[in-house]
Design a protein around this ligand. Structure first.
Ligand SMILES: *[C@@H]1O[C@H](CO)[C@@H](O)[C@H](O)[C@H]1NC(C)=O
Ligand SMILES: *[C@@H]1O[C@H](CO)[C@@H](O)[C@H](O)[C@H]1NC(C)=O
Length: 994
């Protein structure tokens, strides 16, 4: 047998290896390696390995199964059994997201064939043992751990290394020059450690480098000028590294760059570097680098660019015409000296481009839609009148002087003592200027890099019970990935006490990688840096603890501004990628002087007359309110219900959704479901959504309706379509879901042949297992047990990566008043309904199991159960499956489109599982957890449960049906004939006539 080499560690290779490894007849694991694994487990603190079986032969029982509910978790071991020595060798070990609390295992060296080691997101401490110097590792990831001490120089001995990642640890000291020996290195990630000094010149030997990230360290000196040696670089990230500017001009050599992120350089400024050779640039950030001069026009040649961040520099002049950059989605020119008029192309760019122009010196004050747009023009003009925070407020004069402001950031209105903290529920966004009323508002800039942006990135909610005083203030907080300003307006001149309330509610403090994040940011009051490198956790001495920072500020022009800024420090990937940036819970601003009491001396007849008028007005108002309640009571109680409910999701205004769907434009309509039309939309922050319009005739009380939505929104699982939130205004009932790129399984399997995706077997297997997992979650794992009632291929949607997600769960319940087993209204679809449900309305989760069985058959066969062309032999697909099962010829069912490219074992297994699930009686059908286990090969499909004779015998069909019908009267023999026939069609094909 030829020695199998691992050129690249793509997963395909691993899957291949896994197949090789699990083939019967190959050897067992080398005994030294079994011993080494036991030692490794002990050193890592790993306790759940089943050491009674051979690790390579029986990988699945050696490891606990991968759990979907822990997205960062992985527990895999891969072997290669094709070496000439006939034994199996461990080649890869992936133990991620497990909170292993031990040390890096020295026994690793005894796995002499190991090339791939991924221990990211654990709680490992200590340093790398010197024994590792003689390993043959090619891939090593130790990210997000508790490792400390210097980076050992003997790492330079592992010259096989191609990828080395030690991000988010506590490594300190300088980078050893021995790393320069790693000449095969393609990827080096040192982000978020405490590294100091300069980079050794020896790193210029790393000529194969394609990716380098060295952000958030304490390096010193000028940024190294090594770019001539790193010509192959594709991605370069140097954010808040400690290096001084300017950026060496040799950077212009890096013509392969697709991602360049440099930020927060100290030291002297410079002109814009020449990046004109970087035609493939995708994401460009030169933030806070002290760049002067104008924005070069060659940026308009970067046709691939999606994100452009040139914020916090000293750029001047005008913005070049970038209207030809069709992929550009986010552009941040925040805080520069850009001047002249705002270019027409920007005004015309519409919703495609999210653009932040705040804090500039444009000669024109322009705000297209006053806060409800994709553009932030807060303080973007140089108008001499400082009171103009943007066009929107120009015409909103202050009605009176104010002396205080209280905001519960990201949360509901809360009254504590005699202070009311105002609600601050706007979802924010990447370029958002929001004003609540005449007296306060905010400007938010930036999106979380390396994260698929969602609407919920900008508000954090607590994950544990908070026990501090005034804990209501801390249950939610506003998050910002770059810069966020709250402003108060209409304040009387004088000194104010600013109190900022913080509590770390995202990062945890247990012995887990959830505790390894370091959130660091800066705070400005009235544009003066007041707290630098502020860290809530260390300031409050622990998480979930409140810390209040106080500062006195002068207000001279009626405006007070508090700005939070992320300067690139701390971790960005711990516990999860995208965990960083300022977090603010509440703000309180109060005058440091006693507000004047106006009017005491002025009591006069005029005032008395005024009082009489007020009383009259009040009477009218009360009458008006009574009338309004009478007419619109339903609406107002529904909205009140909504406000009280703490949804795990967001609220949307009708206006927001109208804008997102282009006023429910017919072109945006993507479907018509049982519950109403579905539209595609794009929210202000770029999140693509699907909007479901529910028909407003629901009999349900609004309170219950709101409760139901609250509960549905709590159901979150990778195989359920995520409910982002709802909008209830007047008669409009809208549900807002994540958008699924690849439509439904039905569309993919049965849609028009041209242009539809072809699903290969692995994709179909993945889809089936995913649906089963989603259902298992709904039936057995979630706190709220839900029977879907309408599982079918049109209700299973596919995301970009063809992951299946079940939609419409929980909706059937919304349409019904009682929650008993006997459903008063059948909410299913012909062709998928279980017989007991279709005929008697008897509803348990086994009804979903039946429907799942039908869906699984359809996926194997590539045919619709009902649209299946019936002939004298079979009425529908399920019928055909049963007949073929009896004939022992199940393979005839397989979709011809698959050709011979499929695993026969898996196909047979899936058909058998499907037949088990479609058992005419609910009791013998397996639970969904059992289905998952069978489909994954964990449990052997119990063939005894399939007794083919039960399907073949018409007599039985009738008997079975009669039994199910229970006390229904005995039909006459004639009736029984037709009933027997219809029952055949009824429970097999569920062509209901009820
Ligand atoms: C690393 O390699 C050098 C030179 O080959 C050798 O002298 C040294 O002992 C090695 N280090 C370790 C820890 O094995
Ligand atoms: C190793 O790094 C290269 C270069 O960045 C990258 O293309 C490759 O995917 C990485 N390998 C793995 C297994 O992540």
């Amino acid at each position: 047998m030829a020695r199998l080499v691992l050129p690249y560690f793509s997963f395909i290779v691993f899957l291949l290896l896994m197949c090789i490894a699990t083939q019967p007849g190959t050897g067992t694991t080398h005994s030294d390696e079994v011993k080494a694994l036991l030692d490794i487990a002990e050193q890592l603190g790993k306790k759940d390995w089943n050491t009674n079986v051979d690790p390579c032969i029986n990988e699945s029982s050696w490891l606990t199964p991968k759990l979907d509910s822990r997205p960062l978790y992985d527990n895999s071991l891969f072997c290669n059994c094709s070496y000439p020595d006939g034994v199996c060798h461990v080649v890869a070990l992936i133990l991620k997201g497990q909170d292993l609390g031990g040390v890096l295992p020295r026994s690793l060296v005894n796995l002499s064939y190991l090339t791939y080691l991924d221990l990211n997101r654990n709680f490992l401490s200590g340093n790398i043992p010197h024994e590792w110097a003689s390993t043959k590792l090619e891939f090593l990831s130790l990210s997000v751990n508790n490792l400390s001490g210097p980076i050992p120089s003997f790492l330079g001995n592992i010259t096989t290394l191609r990828n080395l990642t030690i991000e988010s640890n506590l490594f300190s000291g300088t980078v050893p020059h021995e790393l320069g020996n790693l000449v095969n290195l393609e990827s080096l990630v040192l982000n978020a450690n405490n590294l100091t000094g300069e980079l050794p010149v020896a790193l210029t030997n790393l000529t194969k480098l394609k990716l380098l990230r060295i952000s958030s360290n304490n390096f010193t000196g000028r940024m190294p000028d090594f770019f001539r040696s790193w010509k192959l670089l594709q991605k370069l990230e140097i954010q808040a590294s400690g290096f001084e500017g300017p950026i060496p001009s040799s950077i212009s050599i890096l013509s392969n760059l697709t991602e360049l992120r440099i930020s927060d350089l100290v030291g002297e400024g410079s002109k814009f570097s020449n990046l004109s050779s970087m035609k493939g640039m995708n994401r460009l950030m030169l933030k806070s680098c002290n760049i002067t001069g104008s924005i070069p026009s060659y940026i308009s040649d970067m046709k691939e660019i999606q994100i452009l961040d040139l914020s916090f520099n000293r750029l001047e002049g005008s913005v070049p015409d970038l209207s030809g950059l069709e992929k550009l989605q986010f552009m941040y020119l925040t805080s520069n000296l850009l001047n002249g008029p705002i270019p027409e192309w920007i005004k015309d760019s519409g919703n495609r481009l999210q653009l932040d122009l705040s804090y500039n010196s444009f000669s024109e004050s322009y705000d297209p839609a006053c806060g409800d747009s994709f553009k932030n023009l807060f303080k973007s003009s140089s108008g001499r009148d400082n009171l103009i925070l943007g066009e929107c407020l120009k015409n909103v004069p202050c009605s009176k002087d104010r002396y205080s402001m209280h905001i519960n950031c990201g949360g509901n209105a809360i009254t504590i003592g005699n202070i009311t903290y105002e609600a601050d529920k706007d979802l924010g966004g990447s370029a958002r200027y929001f004003h609540e009323n005449e007296n306060w508002g905010f400007s938010g800039t930036g999106h979380f890099w390396d994260l698929d942006t969602t609407l919920y990135d900008y508000i954090a909610n607590n994950v544990s019970i908070l026990t501090m005083n005034e804990s209501e203030l801390y249950t939610s907080a506003r998050l910002s990935p770059l810069s966020f300003t709250y402003y108060a307006r209409c304040l009387a001149k004088g000194t104010y006490k600013v109190k900022l309330h913080f509590a770390e509610i995202v990062i945890r403090d247990n012995r887990s990688f959830y505790s390894l994040g370091r959130r660091i940011f800066d705070i400005y009051v009235q544009e003066k840096l007041v707290w630098k490198d502020f860290d809530i956790d260390s300031s409050a001495i622990g998480v979930d603890k409140a810390v209040v920072k106080e500062h006195k500020a002068n207000v001279t022009d009626n405006v007070l501004m508090i700005r939070f800024y992320w300067a690139g420090k701390g971790t960005t990937a711990a516990p999860k990628r995208g965990t960083y940036g300022p977090l603010i819970s509440a703000i309180s601003v109060e005058s440091d002087f006693i507000p004047p009491h106006d009017g005491k001396k002025k009591i006069s007849i005029v005032v008395l007359i005024g009082a009489a008028v007020v009383v009259l007005l009040l009477i009218f108002m009360i009458l008006g309110i009574l009338w309004w309640k009478g007419c619109l009571g339903g609406r107002s109680s529904r909205e009140n219900g909504l406000k009280e409910l703490d949804l795990q999701t967001g609220f949307f205004t009708y206006r927001q959704i109208k804008a997102a769907t282009n006023n429910f434009n017919a072109a945006n309509k993507i479907g018509e479901g049982g519950f109403g039309s579905v539209f595609k939309g794009i929210l202000l922050d770029g999140t693509v959504i699907a909007v479901k319009q529910l028909s407003p005739k629901s009999k349900q009380g609004s309170r219950e309706f709101v409760n139901e939505i609250g509960m549905i929104s709590g159901l979150q699982h990778p195989n359920l379509v995520r409910l982002y939130g709802c909008c209830i205004e007047g008669k409009h009932l809208l549900l807002i879901y994540e958008y699924m790129e690849n439509n439904s399984v039905a569309h993919t399997l049965f849609g028009p042949a041209d242009g539809r995706l072809k699903l290969d077997w692995p994709a179909r297997q993945k889809i089936c297992v995913g649906i089963a997992r989603g259902l298992a979650f709904l039936h057995e794992e979630s706190t709220l047990k839900v029977v879907h009632r309408d599982i079918k291929t049109t209700n299973v949607l596919l995301d970009r990566d063809l992951n299946p997600k079940i939609s419409d769960f929980g909706l059937a319940k919304l349409n019904e008043e009682e929650n008993t087993h006997i459903s008063t209204r059948i909410a299913g679809t012909i062709g998928y309904m279980a017989p007991e449900y279709a005929l008697r309305g008897y509803l348990t989760d086994k009804a979903d199991v039946f429907s799942f069985g039908v869906v699984a058959l359809e996926i194997v066969a590539g045919k619709n159960n009902m649209k299946y062309q019936p002939n004298e032999n079979f009425v529908c697909l399920l019928d055909k499956a049963i007949v073929l099962q009896q004939k022992g010829n199940l393979m005839e069912l397989v979709d011809p489109e698959l050709g011979s490219e499929f695993s026969k074992k898996e196909v047979i297994r899936m058909i058998k599982v499907a037949l088990l699930c479609t058992n005419p009686s609910p009791a013998p059908r397996p639970t969904m957890t059992a289905v998952v286990s069978m489909l994954e090969g964990g449990t052997v499909v119990d063939e005894l449960n399939i007794d083919p004779s039960i399907y073949g015998n018409n007599e039985w069909r009738f008997e079975g049906l009669r039994n199910q019908l229970g006390k229904s009267p005995q039909p006459s023999s004639r009736e029984s004939q037709s009933l027997a026939q219809s029952s055949n069609a009824t429970w097999m094909c569920s062509s209901t006539s009820v």
